[in-house]
Design a protein. Structure first.
Length: 282
């Protein structure tokens, strides 16, 4: 019953968080904290029968993913909403006590999140590229002309590697690597420039947004580019009121929260699905 209740809380919370992230690129704090408090509250109720390891398991899982989430936040890989949601999932999944194989479930979920997040991120970028292909085609041509020597060198290198495949077939994967990687990096950079950067008023700024450039006034740097915290929002609004700044450049990220939901599905059903696939194949 404990696992069922925790799973229901996680699924409902992640569904709502995915919707809000796709709609507004934000996850309300009440939702992240709601998942966390609900998970720990349920664990506390089930611990009242004397098995306090149930509660400690959730606290331990929360502490571990708190550290991971905070690390990703301070290096600007995640926003505050992503980090807080990860903490809540740590309380849901927990680290079972006494230690056993199931104690690694938090690790498996985090690895699933990294895997699903990578695939999800590439898929989202591909979707944006297809949607804005007409607008991107000219900048892509301009970029290729700008780096024409590198482009020509990669083409020559690819032809050379293809020639080597006649001597050893092991070279063919290498032949497919340099040129597509160059096109991929070029496309991603253009997609970011066209879709993720925008100038907004500090009044619309929220905690967890990313400053894409230093905030300056009269040639003086007021704030270096960083992940915006609550105090930073207040400072920027104060400087706007003092007419030192008007708008700031921020970088939006991919709405990443749906990958939390997909990773949780993989965590719950991945082993069973993999067993079904293997049985069908063999």
């Amino acid at each position: 019953m404990l696992e069922i209740m925790l799973t229901i809380i996680a699924l409902i919370g992640l569904l709502i968080a995915s919707y809000t992230d796709l709609k507004s690129r934000e996850v309300p704090d009440w939702l992240s904290y709601g998942i966390l408090c609900s998970a720990l509250g349920i664990r506390l109720i089930f611990s009242l029968n004397g098995d306090w390891n149930i509660l400690f398991s959730g606290l331990f899982g929360f502490a571990v993913l708190f550290a991971v989430g905070y690390l990703f936040y301070i290096v600007s890989q995640w926003g505050g909403g992503d980090a807080k949601l990860l903490m809540g999932m740590g309380a849901v999944i927990g680290i079972s006590l006494p230690f056993s194989v199931s104690s690694l479930n938090v690790l498996w979920y985090f690895l699933a999140l990294l895997l699903v997040g990578s695939i999800y991120g590439l898929a989202w970028m591909f979707f944006l590229m297809i949607r804005s292909w007409k607008e991107m085609s000219k900048p892509i041509i301009t970029t290729l002309k700008k780096h024409h020597l590198l482009h020509i060198g990669l083409i020559i290198g690819t032809i050379f590697l293809l020639g080597l495949t006649f001597y050893n077939k092991l070279f063919w994967p290498l032949a497919l690597f340099p040129l597509p990687l160059f096109y991929l990096i070029t496309s991603i950079n253009l997609i970011e420039e066209m879709n993720f950067y925008r100038r907004i008023s500090p009044l619309k700024l929220t905690e967890g947004d990313w400053l894409a450039e230093d905030v300056k006034a009269n040639g003086k740097v007021l704030m270096e580019k960083k992940t915006v915290e609550k105090n930073d929002v207040l400072k920027l609004r104060k400087w706007m009121a003092e007419k030192k700044i008007e708008k700031i450049l921020i970088k939006d990220g991919i709405p990443f929260i749906p990958s939390f939901l997909l990773a949780y599905f993989l965590f719950l059903f991945g082993e069973k699905l993999w067993s079904i696939v293997l049985n069908k194949l063999f």
